[in-house]
Design a protein around this ligand. Structure first.
Ligand code: KIV
Length: 271
């Protein structure tokens, strides 16, 4: 297959490419990014997917949660990222309260795609009605289960989810329901590795883990955590990839190779 556009630049990966990677057992590497410089560098080392996460509220804007992030912020940062990459698939977060109803979700997802240049939008939680409405409008959707940072005020703190049997079964059921509603990708955050393994093997869509063990179909980390430059303490499931690297590009490359070879996350970085 021709990987190049007529301009000579690499073609962006599509959701079909990511689905094919799951089919052939190739791990999907993903990092968050919020600006053009990091987007270009991440793309250069061959990382498959960039998530413009609302984690930017914490690592860029210095808030203690992701709740203050607006759709305007997300569109701006998504545009910065999408302009600078050639190949990586771009997913952008719908921020807190930007998908309170299917219509609101569609209006905001349209901004992320039309102005920001996102190829897919991500939303947190079992929002089946929103997912199926967006998919009906031709908007690809990534679900997000497990630890839901936008619900931190309900959860009380950022802690591992799905440890008890009933909670694990709820996450497994909701994962199936999100796939049924039309989600074509699913992020699992901070859940036991054994649960993420079960979900990855039962679902046909690619499962991207963060603090969810090595058996997911792919991995994502917050860029500033893995470069150890964030203003907040690095979570246990992340790793300092600058440790032993001569520069940022080398650290990104080590992360990419570690994901591809299932060397990351290790048991130390899993629950
Ligand atoms: O906002 C973000 O960076 C995310 C990741 C933690 C998956 O949603």
């Amino acid at each position: 297959m021709n990987q190049y556009l007529s301009t000579g630049t690499l073609k962006p990966l599509s959701i079909t490419d990511l689905a094919a990677m799951k089919q052939r057992g190739e791990k999907i590497s993903c990092l968050t990014a919020y600006d053009a410089s990091f987007s270009a560098l991440i793309d250069k080392v061959g990382i498959d997917m960039i998530l413009v996460g609302d984690s930017l509220g914490m690592v860029i804007q210095g808030h203690s949660t992701t709740l203050p992030v607006t759709i305007k912020d997300m569109v701006y940062h998504t545009h910065c990222v999408s302009k600078a990459r050639q190949r990586a698939f771009i997913v952008a977060d719908l921020p807190f309260m930007s998908y309170a109803s299917p219509i609101i979700a569609a209006k905001n997802a349209a901004k992320l795609m039309q102005i920001g240049g996102a190829q897919m939008v991500k939303l947190e939680g079992p929002k089946f009605e929103c997912v199926s409405f967006l998919v009906d409008q031709g908007i690809p959707v990534c679900g997000h289960l497990g630890l839901l940072p936008q619900s931190v005020n309900q959860l009380g703190s950022y802690k591992v989810q799905g440890k008890e049997l009933a909670a694990a079964e709820k996450i497994l059921t909701e994962a199936h329901q999100l796939q049924q509603a039309g989600a074509s990708l699913l992020v699992l955050e901070c859940i036991p590795a054994s649960l993420a393994k079960e979900i990855s093997s039962q679902l046909t869509i690619p499962i991207i883990g963060i603090g969810a063990g090595v058996d997911c179909d792919g991995q994502v980390l917050v860029l500033y955590d893995m470069l150890n430059i964030g203003p907040i303490k690095r979570p246990r499931f992340s790793r300092d990839f600058m440790n032993g690297a001569n520069n940022i590009e080398e650290a990104l490359n080590t992360y990419h190779q570690s994901v591809k070879q299932s060397l990351f996350p290790s048991i130390d970085h899993s629950f």
